[in-house]
Ligand binder design. Structure first.
Ligand code: SF4
Length: 596
């Protein structure tokens, strides 16, 4: 892998109806219906809304053969209305439904974790399925999910990226053996760290075995709103920006058509990295992105050394309005005189206007480097770009232990490559100075900022780089940028500043109004910082896929809810109207409640 320059992964082409995937085709956008697959009218209407919004494939759940066969009816109805977008059947637990669906739609997704277990059983079921797919020209996705691995794989590997890859490879080796090439693969998780590591490991493993199947990317149970967008952008975007990924689905707990513009923005933004000016740099000898270990910097005044990354808000425009739920650690005020500000705020001023006083720290430019060592401040910043990071500079950074780098990638479209190259240069020089990642944007809408910043900073934090984040959006309010920075740190699991919701997007199995329920659960629990709450539509996949949630709210039947503490089901079949209140009581009983 070239860490510094955009180098798209070469993948094979998979034929999915009229819309081929992989092999240099554009990144395909897809979504999944959340209405019942047996409700043909609703399914057709929802599919049309998704297609009109730009979806290139539409997926439906098919619990059994009946639903799988009805996909043929839905497909016909769509064709009659002039829509020939390929349909995908989503199968769990039911190989017979997979066989039926392979005769009705253009692509079938199976989950290796619950399709069949035991190597002989897998062959017995999978080979006849592949024969149907070959005959009908149906494509297949081997779709592995963290949280739904088979017992056999779990016993051997645990619920790990290694287990996910092992599970997938068992199926891929059979495809290769019988020369079935119409295959797409995916490794999904709600935890972005697990998801990205699993995909990178799969790419490496496939490559070692001479496989180049295209990849479907997605973060499961990403949630809704800003959190869902940031989490999806971190997971999906950090792979796309490295040229990995052929189709994407952004799973939001919102209407399926709302996913499409988000997915399109992600694909467009990461695609902008193509054709950037080439960058010459050498990787640090000991660096392995698959390890996902953080670069260990020294600790300078609470910055670095594996501590949660700090947040620096840029307020050089004199705007000192704050959202008190997301208070930044430092405020960069540039040349402003801080005399009118209270001592309780930690400020950073340009070194040229710095005056010694508590809680105010200087920021030097490279041209002021000669003055750094004379300065008595206990914490000093130096703002520099890749080209300024020469031997003299790494020497200074190694000598003066009070220095922290603000690594400035400006608005460069290859900001990720530039920042990686700079950090590799520090590592190669044996310099352990802390590094704050800095990048500029000019976005007028919050969603675009969230997506772009989550891709850039998320990629670097998942690389294991960065002791802090400093985002300057020239086009928007600083409070929005501050919230976005905290959201990114939460999505990469390095700093938790709010309640985390792991909610599924809903599908034909969903047993209650997911969006309204999420809003009610959030209203009751959003002050429980650090708690992870799963809100899942069904008990078939919900309990496994709510991952490491502390509490779970899972649909168990029409209007009925099961409540979980961790992986243990504590209360069964609670009427939906009482369930949020009972969830709150459950949290209180276990001592995790605090008053707002
Ligand atoms: S948890 Fe159940 S309802 Fe939610 S998306 Fe998964 S299968 Fe559908």
């Amino acid at each position: 892998m070239d860490y510094f320059n955009y180098t798209p992964r070469t993948s094979s082409v998979v034929r999915i109806g009229k819309t081929p995937l992989g092999g240099g085709n554009p990144v395909r956008i897809q979504s999944m219906a959340n209405v019942s697959t047996m409700d043909t009218g609703a399914a057709v209407q929802q599919a049309i809304r998704m297609i009109d919004a730009g979806a290139e494939y539409i997926r439906f759940t098919a619990q059994g053969e009946r639903e799988a066969r009805n996909l043929g009816v839905i497909r016909k109805a769509l064709h009659e209305r002039g829509y020939d977008t390929p349909l995908i059947a989503d199968i769990h637990f039911n190989p017979k439904a997979a066989d039926a669906a392979a005769e009705e739609v253009e692509k079938v997704r199976i989950n290796p974790g619950n399709y069949a277990d035991g190597l002989q059983k897998i062959r017995d079921r999978f080979l006849p399925f592949l024969a149907i797919c070959r005959e009908r020209g149906t494509a297949v996705r081997i779709g592995v999910n963290h949280g739904s691995l088979s017992e056999r794989i779990m016993n051997r590997y645990g619920d790990t990226p290694e287990g996910m890859v092992a599970s997938c490879m068992e199926f891929l080796r059979i495809c290769k053996e019988v020369d079935f090439t119409n295959v797409v693969v995916s490794m999904k998780a709600s935890n972005t760290v697990v998801m990205v590591k699993a995909v990178r490991l799969l790419v490496e493993t496939m490559s070692a075995e001479g496989m180049d199947y295209p990849l479907h990317l997605g973060v499961t149970e990403a949630g809704d709103g800003e959190d869902g967008r940031i989490k999806s952008a971190v997971g999906i975007g950090s792979l796309l920006i490295d040229g990995i990924g052929d189709t994407i689905r952004v799973s939001l707990s919102e209407e399926p058509e709302a996913e499409i513009p988000v997915a399109r923005k992600l694909a467009a933004y990461t695609g902008e990295r193509k054709g950037h000016p080439p960058l010459t740099a050498s990787p640090a000898p000991a660096y392995r992105p698959l390890a996902v270990e953080r670069r260990m910097s020294r600790i300078t005044e609470g910055i670095g050394g594996g501590l949660p990354p700090i947040v620096i808000s840029v307020r050089s425009n004199g705007d000192f309005t704050f959202d008190h739920s997301f208070p930044p650690d430092y405020i960069y005020i540039g040349k402003e005189d801080p005399d009118n500000l209270p001592d309780t705020l930690r400020l950073i001023t340009d070194a040229s206007s710095w005056k010694p006083r508590p809680n105010v720290f200087p920021c030097f430019s490279p041209s002021e480097a000669d003055n750094v060592e004379e300065c008595s401040a206990p914490l000093k910043f130096i703002r520099l770009g890749l080209t300024e990071l020469d031997d003299r500079m790494t020497g200074l950074l190694s000598r003066d232990k009070t220095l922290v780098v603000i690594l400035d990638a400006g608005g460069e479209r290859n900001a990720v490559g530039i920042m990686r190259a700079a950090i590799h240069r520090l590592m190669t020089a044996g310099c352990d100075a802390g590094v704050i990642l800095y990048r500029e944007y000019d976005e007028t809408d919050a969603e675009s900022l969230q997506l772009k910043a989550a891709v850039d900073f998320g990629t670097l934090f998942l690389d294991g780089f960065g002791d802090g984040i400093m985002l300057h959006n020239k086009g928007g309010e600083a409070t929005v940028s501050d919230k976005c920075m905290f959201g990114i740190l939460q999505a990469v699991r390095l700093r938790i500043s709010k309640t985390e919701y792991i909610s599924c997007p809903g599908c034909g199995r969903t047993l209650y109004n997911l969006q309204q329920t999420i809003a009610r659960v959030k209203e009751a629990t959003s002050h429980l910082t650090g708690l992870k709450i799963g809100i899942m539509g069904c008990i078939v996949n919900g309990p496994g896929e709510m991952a490491d949630a502390d509490y779970g709210y899972v649909g168990s039947g029409a209007g009925k809810i099961n409540l979980y503490k961790g992986k243990r089901c504590i209360l069964k079949n609670i009427p939906e109207e009482e369930a949020v209140e009972r969830l709150v009581l459950l949290i209180k009983e276990h001592g995790d409640w605090k008053e707002a």
